[in-house]
Design a protein around this ligand. Structure first.
Ligand code: ATP
Ligand code: MG
Length: 412
């Protein structure tokens, strides 16, 4: 393989894909700001503990996906595999608990050592929202409603479905874990090797196994919903009632567990059938113990992350094609005047490209290729008269205007 290829699982992003991804981020910022969210930009690398502690040693991300290295100073560093842990670290570092609730939005690259395929990369990009402070289920509802609004604005309302589950509080989860392990132990001989290992480390993850043999066993496993205590049950009922009140359709998916250890109560994923195995476009949940796990105060949180590549691939946002104005000075004196005229037009918000070489015919051909709306021709004769020649490329119509009237004549 040529050395000039990007590293495996990384890509150069440009053209329509870049425009679509930018549109996703801009839509996210606009929607999230209507819910009071403010920008937070955290470093793309942190001390490894920032991720290892909250995500859990047994999670897929920590056990096999992190980009971890020792830097020149001997510090153990990890490229962020996700945003939440870093956002919570920033919350603690900056004493943000003085000012609750915190509504924080972020976007940028994340890094996971994965097997690359369509919609799955080693460097990918996320939009991320965290609401820190509120312990009540209404906060979960608002976060999901915000995600749903974003997805609809991206034209995905008919393409995704919300899968919703509760993981209960710690007490419920401990009770369930016991029942689940007891059941799975009885079928240990038929479980995949991975799942036998998870039995010790992270048994809930077995519910999410892609192995066909595991799936058969999991189908009859006890359900988490049967082990919820009263408080957890009430919390989940409130989330569901809230979603119904805002009009967010959902499916209760009893098998939904999130890959990271830090979730409690609400867990959700917006899934599409259009991207094959990479069907989850946006996912999140509540993580009440995370900030404490990082050594901070007992502050609750609920949030989500969306994969920008996957959202951009699915999204049917119309990309607005900006048609440029092409300015064509003929000769040296005209070139200098063209600088000033181009700036006048940009001041008015127009996109202006200059073409300073070749004969007029060639330049007009290039202008059509660039999908220009107008050609502005400026030769010695025009210069002397203080005029430019404007040619509207669609109609072929052309007219002369004095320098001072140019902007008005093409923006009218
Ligand atoms: P998956 O099940 O697809 O591996 P995940 O549960 O690991 O997803 P999260 O940690 O919830 O993903 O990240 C949130 C979103 O980020 C995902 O829903 C997905 O859209 C996107 N995402 C996660 N990993 C990748 C990746 N390697 N490449 C591209 N997008 C990704
Ligand atoms: Mg993953």
């Amino acid at each position: 393989m040529s050395k000039l290829q990007p590293a495996r699982g990384t890509r150069d992003i440009y053209g329509d894909e870049a425009r679509r991804m930018t549109a996703v981020v801009e839509t996210f910022r606009r929607v999230a700001s209507t819910y009071g969210f403010e920008e937070l930009s955290t470093p793309i690398f942190e001390f490894t503990d920032v991720f290892r502690r909250p995500l859990g040693e047994a999670s897929d991300v920590v056990s096999k996906e992190m980009y971890t290295f020792e830097d020149r100073g001997g510090e153990e560093i990890t490229l962020r595999p996700e945003f939440t842990a870093g956002v919570c670290r920033a919350f603690i570092s900056n004493g943000m608990q003085q000012n609750l609730p915190c509504r924080l939005m972020s976007n940028g690259p994340a890094f996971r050592y994965e097997r690359p395929q369509k919609g799955r990369y080693r460097q990918f990009h996320q939009i991320n929202a965290e609401l820190l402070g509120p312990e009540n289920p209404e906060a979960d509802v608002e976060q999901i409603a915000m995600a749903w609004r974003l997805l609809r604005e991206l034209g995905l309302g008919d393409k995704v479905i919300l899968h919703l589950n509760t993981l209960g509080d710690v007490e419920s989860r401990v009770a369930y874990r016991e029942a689940l392990v007891a059941y799975l132990e009885a079928h240990k001989d038929k479980l995949s090797e991975d799942s036998v290992r998870r039995l010790e480390t992270n048994p809930l993850r077995i519910l999410d196994s892609k192995d066909d043999g595991d799936k058969v066993i999991v189908a009859d496993a006890p359900l988490l919903s049967e082990h919820l205590n009263e408080a957890s049950r009430a919390f989940f009922e409130s989330v569901k009632a809230g979603l119904e009140a805002v009009g967010v359709p959902y499916e209760h998916d009893e098998r939904l567990v999130r890959g990271l250890d830090y979730y409690t109560h609400t867990a959700f994923e917006f899934v599409t059938t259009e991207l094959g195995a990479q069907g989850t476009v946006l996912a999140g949940g509540r993580y009440d113990g995370l900030i404490e796990k990082l050594g901070g105060p007992a502050v609750a949180g609920v949030g989500w992350a969306g994969g920008i590549e996957r959202l951009a691939m699915l999204s049917e946002l119309d990309l607005v094609d900006v048609r440029p104005v092409m300015i064509m000075p003929m000769g040296e004196a005209a070139t200098l005047k063209a600088f000033a005229l181009a700036e006048d037009m940009r001041e008015a918000g127009l996109t202006v490209l200059a073409d300073r070489s070749g004969n007029l015919k060639k330049r007009l051909t290039r202008a059509s290729k660039a999908n220009a709306k107008f050609a502005i021709i400026l030769g010695d004769n025009e210069l002397e008269a203080g005029n430019v020649m404007v040619k509207e490329l669609d109609s072929g119509e052309q007219w002369e205007v004095p320098f001072g009237g140019l902007v008005a004549s093409i923006t009218a």
